[in-house]
Design a protein around this ligand. Structure first.
Ligand code: FES
Length: 602
């Protein structure tokens, strides 16, 4: 028998050579058997069952996170993207290995995809950490997937590069372009109001999502894609190319190459991302009229970064908004679709316009600064008067500033968010009216269309208990429908308030994310009653319940004395992930993350 300590040409069999904790490739993160060399030996036994050679196994290992699911049409092109990403990795000398994580689609996750975002972030973090990858390509797209991946990626802190699936193409009906999901809501509202017949709404149902890809407007998916570029976590051209385009496949190939580079430089997200990176992301969010959901996601992402957490809060979003104009004319704030933004030279053109407002020396995953990336990308400017150009110059904006505003007052001491640029009735941006209160989603569903409901166009619709704890997952129920009897009279917008969220594709004068939420014993939102006066002044950033302070205090004390009002018992005794969620989720103004997942920890 050979001496077990003899030299072997392959150093993996050198029992005298320790395997360092930060070893690359297959040698990293070994499974614990108490004998590191045996762990490596065994790992190679099993991976060779897949047919890999020693040569292949000696290359940098680039993981590809596969979030394909037959329940997720926004991710339907992932098999092609994986193939193209692998090509890029192998052209650059890496070994590509794809592995699955959770996939979330907005319409197929009950009670809401947001309920599962933190679970997906845990899945991403742990699988990226657990498996021997030198860098990872995170393929996502649908609303909650990219935030979950970045949250998990920052916490795992291995080199990562994002690749999004890309937006879907628009459809059309009777010569009018359509796209999910702004037009889903507009057309459904017309049907509800009786101004559209069943044949038209049924035909439109076929056309709203005509291809694979993410929603084709500036909804949450598109917003997060643009934010990933601003953060430097994705190539500039990666945000807007349609899901079904050949450009999308070339972007995937380039992303594979970039990931091999990231494995060599070892640039992990906690090194790439700084406070200034996030300020750039917020500037882009305001300039694109992005989704209110992105505010919650960015706060959660920031909370994962040990050096940035606590340096940016809701007020930062408002401050940046005051100096950032809306430049991109896309639904729901404007008229166009993501394909138009792509044809307007997409994020490259936008970043050129925004240069005076950006920190250009922030890092990107390529190792270059954002300024260097902008300068080095080939640009083909689109004439301003071209019919496909939906990008406004900085000095001729679509909306002067503050597309997203943060409101505060006794009704929202922790803040609330409104997409002011998507208001359909601008007189409501400064409005005082009487509240019509719904205790929860079920109460809303039961009474909103009741002909006897006492409501007029100046009423303020208030929906309680759809916050992170009150209705676990903080559903996108903040777009409270216009009561049918008012819709039939032509009312298209009303001031609406809640502690929930709203789809990024939706519009209206809607106040969201009120913190603390009504399920909190101290919440003022939780004690608003029908008939109370409420004042909202967007210019002054005020959201106020116009009820004497002593009455507010008395109502809060009375409510706290009611044992079942707050649902504490439900929080403590609910089993499984739902129980974990209810006990651990923080408020919307902290990102609705689990406290124990934040950089600060439990
Ligand atoms: Fe997936 Fe809209 S449903 S992006």
């Amino acid at each position: 028998m050979a001496d077990s300590n003899q030299q072997h040409p392959n150093s993996d069999y050198d029992l005298n050579a320790p395997i360092p904790g930060d070893a690359p490739g297959l040698r990293q993160g070994l499974t614990s058997y108490g004998d590191a060399h045996f762990s490596l030996f065994l790992r190679k036994v099993f991976i060779k069952a897949l047919g890999y050679s020693e040569d292949a196994l000696s290359r940098p290992i680039i993981g590809i996170v596969n979030t394909y699911s037959s329940f997720n049409p926004c991710h339907a092109n992932i098999p092609q993207l994986i193939e193209a990403t692998k090509r890029g990795i192998q052209l650059s000398g890496g070994l590509a290995i794809d592995f699955p994580t959770i996939s979330l689609h907005e319409s197929f996750a009950s009670p809401t995809s947001m309920f599962l975002r933190n679970l997906m972030s845990m899945d991403t973090e742990e699988m990226v950490r657990a498996q021997p990858c030198d860098a990872v390509v995170l393929i996502g797209g649908c609303d909650k997937t990219t935030p979950a991946q970045l949250m998990g990626g920052i916490s795992a802190n291995k080199p990562i590069v994002h690749l999004v699936t890309g937006p879907m193409m628009p459809g059309s009906h009777r010569g009018v372009r359509l796209g999910a999901c702004t037009d889903c809501r507009n057309n459904w509202a017309s049907f509800r109001a009786g101004t559209m017949d069943v044949e038209d709404i049924s035909a439109i149902n076929d056309e709203l999502a005509p291809t694979a890809g993410t929603c084709g407007v500036m909804g949450t998916a598109s917003t997060m894609a643009c934010i990933l570029v601003a953060l430097g976590m994705m190539p500039i051209k990666g945000a807007t190319a349609p899901a079904v385009s050949s450009a999308r496949l070339r972007i995937a190939e380039d992303t594979g190459k970039l990931a091999v580079q990231a494995a060599a430089t070892k640039l992990a997200p906690q090194q790439v991302l700084t406070r200034e990176s996030f300020l750039n992301a917020i500037t882009v969010l305001q300039a694109i009229g992005g989704s209110t959901n992105a505010v919650v996601h960015l706060l959660a992402i920031i909370g994962r970064h040990p050096e940035v957490a606590g340096t940016i809060n809701l007020d930062t979003f408002d401050e940046i908004g005051r100096r950032t104009p809306l430049l991109v004319d896309l639904k729901p704030s404007g008229d166009n679709y993501m394909t138009d933004f792509h044809n307007s030279d997409g994020m490259l053109a936008l970043l050129h316009e925004l240069k005076p407002l950006l920190y250009l020396d922030t890092r990107t995953v390529s190792g270059k600064t954002l300024g260097e990336e902008i300068a080095s990308a080939p640009r083909i400017p689109v004439p301003r008067n071209s019919p496909v150009n939906c990008l406004h110059p900085l000095d001729e904006p679509l909306y002067p500033a503050s597309s997203l505003v943060v409101l505060k007052g006794n009704l929202a001491p922790g803040g609330a968010v409104m997409k002011a640029s998507a208001s359909k009735d601008r007189r409501l941006l400064q409005h005082k009216g009487k509240a019509v209160v719904f205790a929860n989603s079920a109460d809303l569903a039961q009474r909103i269309d009741d002909p006897a409901l006492e409501v007029d166009e100046d009423s303020i619709l208030v929906l309680q208990n759809i916050g992170p704890v009150g209705n676990p997952g903080m559903p996108e129920a903040g777009l409270i429908p216009i009561p049918r009897k008012l819709a039939e009279q032509g009312v298209q917008d009303m001031l609406r308030l809640s502690d929930g969220r709203m789809s990024g594709t939706a519009g209206g004068t809607i106040v969201l994310h009120i913190s603390p939420e009504s399920a909190d014993p101290e919440s003022v939102l939780g004690i608003v009653k029908t008939g109370d006066a409420i004042e909202c002044d967007v210019e002054e950033r005020i959201l106020q319940l116009c009820v004497p302070e002593e009455v507010i205090r008395r109502r809060i004390e009375t409510r706290k004395a009611e044992p079942k009002a707050i649902g504490k018992a439900a929080q403590e005794h609910t089993r499984g992930y739902r129980g974990l969620y209810m006990r651990s989720v923080n408020q919307a103004n902290q990102g609705a993350d689990f406290g124990f997942l934040t950089a600060a920890g439990p």
